[in-house]
Write a protein that binds this ligand. Structure first.
Ligand code: LIP
Length: 257
C-alpha cells in the first residue's frame, strides 16, 4: 500500500508545486483560515485515486469532511498543510496522508514538493526522509532544546485561546533554547522526527494536520501525547505535545506549571 500511496501523492505534488509558483485567488474559511483552488484540486485528485485504489478505507479530507470522526479504516488527508505559507510562497508546505487500520496508526506520508522532502513511515519499520532513515535528537537538556509551536486560527477571534498561546510561551521560552513557528504542523512533527527540533506543541489542530506526522515521529523514536502526558486522540484533544522522548516529561511539566 505504501508504494502506491507514494506514487499517487507524488503526482498530487505536481499540482501543489504548479500552484505554489502561480498567482492565487484566496478565499477565507474563517478570519485567519485560508483556502485556494489548489487545496481543493489536490484534495479532489487524492480522494478520487484513494477511493478507487483503497476501497476498504474511508477517505477523510480537510476541505470536504464534516464529520470530524475517524472510521476504523481511514485515510486522513491534508491536501496542503501550511496553506498560508503556500499562498505567501514560503516553502514550508506539504501534503499529509495518514492511514489508520482498525483505528490504529499504520502508514504516515508527508511530502513537501517544493523542497523535495518525502517523509514516510510504516508502523514497526522506522521512519525515512527521501529513503534515508531518520531519528529524533539525543538532546536531553531542556535548556538546550529547540522547540516549535503554532498559533491557532482561533487566536484572531477567541481571547481565551490567544491568552493561552501567550501564557504557554511565557512559561516555555525562558527555559528552552528558542521557539520556532514555521506554519505546518505536519512538517513540524517531521522536523522533530529528524532531530531538527527537540519538541513541538500546538492547540486546536485537526486530525489531517497531524495524522501522518505523528506516525513518522513515533517511528523515529519520538513521543506524542496530549497535554496531560496521556494518549493523544485525533479530533479529541485540545493540545498535541510531541518530542524526542527525552525532554517529554519536562515539556509537559513546563506547559502545565
Ligand atoms: C495549519 C497548520 C499550522 C497551524 C494552523 C493550521 P492548514 O494547517 O499546519 O501549523 O498553526 O492552525 O492548522 O490549515 O494550513 O492545513
Amino acid at each position: 500500500m505504501k508504494d502506491k500511496l507514494i506514487e499517487i501523492i507524488k503526482e498530487a505534488g505536481v499540482i501543489l508545486k504548479d500552484g505554489y509558483y502561480s498567482k492565487k485567488d484566496v478565499s477565507f474559511k474563517a478570519k485567519k483560515d485560508l483556502v485556494t483552488k489548489y487545496d481543493v484540486a489536490v484534495e479532489n485528485f487524492l480522494k478520487e485515486k484513494f477511493e478507487k485504489e483503497f476501497s476498504d478505507f474511508n477517505v477523510i479530507a480537510e476541505e470536504s469532511d464534516n464529520t470530524n470522526k475517524v472510521f476504523s479504516n481511514s485515510i486522513i488527508v491534508d491536501p496542503i498543510d501550511g496553506t498560508t505559507n503556500f499562498v505567501n510562497k514560503l516553502p514550508h508546505t506539504a501534503i499529509s496522508v495518514g492511514v489508520y487500520k482498525n483505528k490504529k496508526p499504520f502508514i504516515g506520508i508527508v511530502y513537501n514538493p517544493i523542497l523535495d522532502e518525502l517523509y514516510t513511515a510504516v508502523v514497526g519499520e522506522g521512519a525515512f526522509c527521501n529513503g534515508e532513515k531518520i531519528e529524533v535528537s539525543d538532546e536531553n537538556d531542556f535548556q538546550k532544546s529547540l522547540l516549535s509551536t503554532g498559533f491557532p486560527y482561533t487566536s484572531g477571534t477567541c481571547e481565551d485561546d490567544l491568552n493561552d498561546v501567550i501564557e504557554k510561551i511565557k512559561k516555555i521560552l525562558p527555559k528552552c533554547q528558542d521557539i520556532r513557528r514555521l506554519g505546518s504542523a505536519a512538517l513540524d512533527l517531521c522536523y522533530v522526527a529528524r532531530g531538527v527540533y527537540e519538541g513541538y506543541y500546538e492547540m486546536n489542530l485537526k486530525a489531517w494536520d497531524v495524522s501522518a506526522g505523528l506516525i513518522i515521529l513515533q517511528e523515529a523514536g519520538g513521543k506524542v501525547s496530549n497535554i496531560d502526558g496521556n494518549e493523544y486522540v485525533l479530533f479529541e484533544n485540545k493540545y498535541i505535545v510531541a518530542s524526542n522522548n527525552k525532554i517529554h516529561n519536562e515539556l509537559i511539566k513546563n506547559l502545565n506549571q
